[in-house]
Design a protein around this ligand. Structure first.
Ligand SMILES: [Zn+2]
Length: 311
């Protein structure tokens, strides 16, 4: 089974206009730095952004079918306090994600987004799970909260009681969001204090991957990481990426890591299908004499997700 452990569904109403404009700037800079051409602002908004919109999950399912991906975890983001409130309320957003899970129950596992500083945050999560059908909790602490802060603990108690996993963004992020909250160490106390809660750090922590891998190895329990978003560094320097992945597996065990895309954001940079192939072929194609076994790759591409998410 192939599982994308980190995906999103976007429509124009779930992210504030101010942030869409910010994203256009980020995309322009990204295109420039990576020698991908010099599109205009209108090109970015009309072509890149528009191509990311998916009002009912059908676009994602079509891409999964074309890429050979069986299941995907989709993550709602509650960014209102960080980037301005979008048109849809957080209940609307979580209901939208839940509805996609209901439309494709064998393919899609939706996670609710909750900023723990919201009034009644634990109830927002409860509604998302019990009324809307969400099956996990997504944190984006870059909005301005520490995942191990006091308000967060009330939400995490609810998550543990509901028996759902937490997936929390890790790694540097563009303005107006704040990177300091997204360091792996702020997940450490959670793993200690909520022994029954599955905790997944996103993106292998990007530049903080070493810290994350060490924390996961130290805990040796319910602490995992997805390596979505790593297709960009992998494309830039495949050897370096492979060394990082090998170190992560050697140190914490390949059973701790999950493949993912972070799409649709990166689909235009490296399509889901190509990123999957890059990882699937590691047992034959790893550079510098590095060895990846088929068992390890099968585990990160789906076996681990099957076990952790109880598919
Ligand atoms: Zn993401």
């Amino acid at each position: 089974m192939i599982v994308d452990a980190h995906n999103h569904i976007f429509n124009w109403d779930i992210i504030s206009d101010a942030y869409w404009n910010e994203l256009v700037e980020i995309a322009l800079d990204f295109f420039r730095r990576n020698n991908l051409g010099e599109p205009s602002k209108a090109d970015i908004k009309n072509l890149v952004m528009d191509s990311m919109m998916d009002t009912d999950g059908s676009k994602l399912i079509a891409n999964m079918d074309a890429s050979g991906v069986d299941k995907a975890v989709i993550l709602a983001t509650d960014w209102g306090y960080g980037i301005g409130e979008p048109k849809d309320s957080i209940d609307d957003i979580n209901r939208f994600y839940g509805s996609i899970g209901k439309a494709y129950p064998d393919r899609i596992m939706p996670f609710a987004g909750v900023d723990p500083r919201r009034e009644g945050a634990a109830d927002i999560l409860d509604r998302a799970v019990n009324d809307f059908g969400c099956q996990g909790l997504k944190y984006h602490p870059t909005s301005g909260f520490y995942p191990d802060g006091e308000e967060s603990y009330k939400v995490l108690e609810k998550a543990q009681e509901l028996g759902i996993p937490l997936l929390s963004h890790l790694g540097p992020i563009s303005k107006p969001l704040k990177s300091k909250y997204a360091q792996p160490v702020y997940l450490d106390a959670i793993v200690s204090d909520f022994p029954k809660l599955t905790v997944i750090g996103a993106h292998l922590g990007f530049c903080w991957w070493h810290e994350l891998v060490n924390l996961i190895a130290a805990k040796a329990t319910t602490f995992y990481a997805d390596f979505s978003g790593q297709q960009v560094p992998a494309k830039r320097n495949f050897g370096e990426f492979c060394h990082m992945l090998r170190t992560a597996f050697d140190h914490a065990g390949a059973d701790k890591f999950l493949w993912g895309t972070d799409n649709p954001i990166l689909e235009s940079v490296i399509p889901m299908k190509d990123w999957l192939t890059m990882i699937r072929e590691l047992p034959e194609n790893a550079p510098d004499g590095l060895v990846f076994t088929k068992e390890e790759i099968d585990a990160v591409l789906g076996g681990n997700a099957e076990r952790i998410f109880k598919f």
